[in-house]
Design a protein around this ligand. Structure first.
Ligand code: GAR
Length: 212
């Protein structure tokens, strides 16, 4: 009999909404051989469905409402304190719809991942699916990247393209992209947990090979 692998990497996941990416991570982490565990889920909104997902999975969940803080710096300080109370090795943004202060990003440098619904560097920002349709693109997708000071501009780790179909709406396109997100995010977290993925001098390195 093999022993259960030691799940050494502790992850805090930040959400604002549905949490389908969180669910993909929960599902991955529930497998014996997955090298990371989710220590806590934190939402800036108390109505985020992802909180229910965390509760159902027996994971600690916290709400830190941004409205209760005066300004981004004050909120991010409180958020950092809450995150650090779980002592994570990795912080994962999974549909966390807030711009982060420089202090926050620097504090978690090299251990802060984001997933974005476009093939970065194209379509940074919001409403990517509609903008891709409006732009007449034939290809769209999702990207996982390290978070740096440039919004949606950090070093890329993994991307997954999907076709844009003639009869797509923003909703059908979003659903196709999300399916890919649910594959690539657990993969990137796994690589990080295995110490195969690192941010070195601003470059995402996988197995000591640089991406960008
Ligand atoms: C996902 O599509 C994620 O890529 C996107 O929000 C959605 C969250 O869905 N994130 C961003 O747009 C970040 N700028 P989920 O709550 O079901 O995981």
């Amino acid at each position: 009999m093999h022993k259960k692998k030691n799940k050494s990497l502790s992850v805090v996941v930040l959400i604002s909404g549905n949490g389908s990416n969180l669910q993909a991570l929960i599902d991955a982490a529930s497998q014996d051989d997955y090298p990371a565990r989710i220590a806590a889920v934190i939402s800036n909104r108390n109505d985020a469905y992802g909180l229910q997902r965390a509760q159902d999975a027996g994971i600690a969940q916290k709400v830190l409402p941004h409205r209760e803080y005066e300004g981004r710096e004050a909120y991010d300080q409180a958020l950092m304190a809450l995150i650090d109370s779980f002592d994570p090795g990795l912080v994962v943004l999974a549909g966390f719809m807030r711009i982060l202060s420089a202090g926050f990003v620097e504090h978690y440098s090299g251990r802060l991942l984001n997933i974005h619904p476009s093939l970065l560097p194209k379509y940074k920002g919001l409403h990517t699916h509609q903008r891709v349709l409006d732009g007449g693109e034939t290809e769209h997708g999702a990207s996982v990247h390290f978070v740096t000071l440039e919004l949606d501009g950090g070093p890329l780790i993994l991307q997954s393209p999907v076709p844009v179909l003639a009869d797509d709406t923003a909703e059908t396109l979003a659903a196709r992209v999300l399916k890919q997100e649910h594959i690539i995010y657990p993969q990137a977290v796994k690589w990080f947990a295995e110490e195969r993925l690192k941010l070195v001098d601003g470059v995402a390195m996988l197995d000591n090979k640089g991406g960008e």
